[in-house]
Design a protein. Structure first.
Length: 547
């Protein structure tokens, strides 16, 4: 670590002004970016703890949370929020301190407060309040709901029809910041409340948001207007579903952009029922009656005779001359009575059945020459309803206009290029930081090269001993040189692997028999003036040799 500090100090003493300014501003900018990143990343995510508190309860809750060291924030609407990771801890702290807000949701636990001296009216109100609190807790579990309040008005089961009133309910919800409450969520809330309260129907429920929007109105949704709007919405959704289904299959075969599908349909939402009575006879008769009649010859009187006298008096029958008949007759009659088997059948038609369905397909003539397979596919899609009135499919072959598609592609390309440009602009600060860091590292690398020698001054500063060109009036030295002081105190110039030179004339100095070891002399001189610096240099060199 000390060697790093020494290298930084050496670089700082030998760097020029530009390098110092760039390094300072680049380092400050980098520290600011890192600080802002850490600040925004470390901010906790707040979650709603209580909503709609009174001023008294809000002050009590925030005071207890502040005593426990739990961060919190609140607004004028009485909403208290705490970090999501400490919400259970905050609830436990309030429960231990007996500081739970009385304006919050009640529940079945309130039954413990009921005494035997309570009047029936008080008991009914407390039961209603407990049911409202439990329903509010359940509604708050729905996605998008931050807090909720439920108000129930019991109905009146009067014996007089004119005085009877159905129960009603109103639900007030506060939307959280993660998303809104859509029609499906509002319908689910209304159904939840309707199923929890006896004799309460969905048409008598209203769901209101904190923004003043009516999310569910049972009178409108369940009335004629609501049914009509629901019918139109259902037809639109079913048309889109079938269009996407057919479009995906045609795109897979013909290619994307070579076919356009349009589906138009109507649905039957009338609730109709059909009664049918089938009467069939029983397998066997329940009553059987047979009658036989027989008359012999000569027993019937002629046309001119007195039939009454002949039948009653017992006289002999008249002969043939008197108009009588010699032949007799016989008859047999059979009567059977059967029972009836009666079968009554009630058939109720399903709501939402398809009444009419029309499929229109436009095909690109330049890409698809034969539209026969497309017609066969649509006929197969209609299936048994192909011959039914109101069910039809048609295919039209046209030349598609590709200019709009090209413009759309160009616009998409422009948007994509603009997005890429914004991404490049967003990473420019990071690129600038990397560039500054590279320049700083490069400058430090140049400053700490082994061929650059420094000397410690008596006042503690570092002085570079590198020499560039010679003094004015002398010849330029083409190789890097070092100024040294000889044993006799004379200043000389040492050329690497060369003789000692006179700094004024640049000529070799004669009369010195032995060569001076410049680094060793410098170390000796520095060890006398600043032994601590020499010790640090030696230590850093030893560390580098060990690596």
């Amino acid at each position: 670590m000390s060697s790093i500090f020494l290298k930084l100090r050496t670089w700082w003493e030998t760097a020029d002004r530009t390098q110092k300014v760039v390094s300072l501003f680049g380092g400050a900018f980098l520290i600011a970016i890192l600080g802002m990143t850490f600040f925004f990343a470390s901010r906790p995510k707040y979650e709603l703890l209580y909503a709609g508190l009174t001023q008294k309860d809000m002050g009590m809750v925030t005071d207890e949370l502040g005593k426990a060291g739990i961060p919190n924030r609140y607004d004028v609407r009485g909403n208290v929020e705490v970090p999501s990771d400490v919400k259970p801890e905050a609830q436990a702290v309030l429960a231990r301190a007996n500081a739970l807000p009385s304006s919050g949701h009640g529940g079945y636990a309130d039954f413990e407060k009921m005494g035997w001296m309570n009047t029936p009216t008080v008991e009914r109100e407390r039961i209603k309040a407990a049911i409202e609190g439990e329903l509010a807790k359940s509604v708050e579990q729905v996605e998008g709901v931050g807090s909720a309040r439920v108000h129930i008005t019991p109905g009146d089961d009067s014996r007089f029809m004119s005085d009877r009133k159905p129960p009603t309910a109103s639900v007030f919800v506060t939307q959280d910041g993660n998303g809104g409450i859509g029609p499906d969520e509002a319908r689910a809330i209304a159904r939840l409340v309707a199923n929890a309260v006896p004799k309460l129907e969905m048409k008598h429920i209203a769901v209101i948001s904190n923004e003043g929007l009516t999310l569910w109105d049972g009178q409108t949704e369940q009335g004629a207007d609501g049914r009509a709007a629901g019918k139109v919405q259902a037809e639109i959704q079913e048309s889109k579903r079938r269009e996407q289904e057919i479009q995906q299959k045609l795109d897979a075969v013909l290619g994307r952009g070579n076919a356009v599908v349009s589906v138009d349909l109507t649905m039957d939402f009338d609730q109709t029922s059909q009664s049918e009575t089938i009467v069939t006879p029983s397998d066997g008769p329940i009553n059987f009656e047979q009658t036989k009649e027989q008359m012999g010859p000569g027993e019937a009187s002629g046309a001119s005779g007195d039939a009454f006298n002949s039948n009653t008096s017992g006289g002999t029958p008249s002969g043939p001359a008197e108009g009588g008949s010699k032949a007799g007759y016989s008859s047999e009659q059979t009567a059977k009575q059967f029972d009836r088997n009666v079968t009554r059948r009630n058939t109720e038609k399903a709501v939402g059945a398809i009444k009419t369905l029309s499929i229109n397909v436009l095909v690109n003539k330049s890409k698809v020459e034969d539209v026969g397979p497309v017609n066969e596919f649509l006929d197969g899609y209609l299936g048994p309803n192909l011959d039914q009135p109101g069910f039809k499919a048609s295919v039209t072959s046209l030349e598609f206009d590709t200019a709009t598609a090209k413009k759309s592609e160009e616009a998409s390309s422009a948007v994509a290029s603009q997005a890429r440009m914004q991404q490049l602009i967003s990473i420019l600060p990071i690129t600038a930081l990397l560039l500054v860091g590279f320049m700083v590292v490069k400058a430090i690398g140049k400053a700490v090269k082994p061929n650059v020698m420094v000397a410690a001054m008596p006042d503690g500063t570092m002085m570079s001993m590198g020499v560039g060109p010679a003094n004015s009036g002398t010849r330029a030295l083409m190789e890097p040189v070092t100024r040294v002081v000889g044993p006799d105190g004379r200043e000389m110039v040492q050329v690497p692997n060369g003789p000692l030179l006179d700094p004024d004339t640049g000529e070799p100095i004669v009369g010195i028999a032995e060569r001076v070891d410049v680094p060793l002399e410098q170390i000796k001189k520095m060890s006398q003036e600043r032994p601590d610096v020499v010790a640090m240099l030696l230590k850093s060199w030893l560390l580098e040799e060990r690596r």
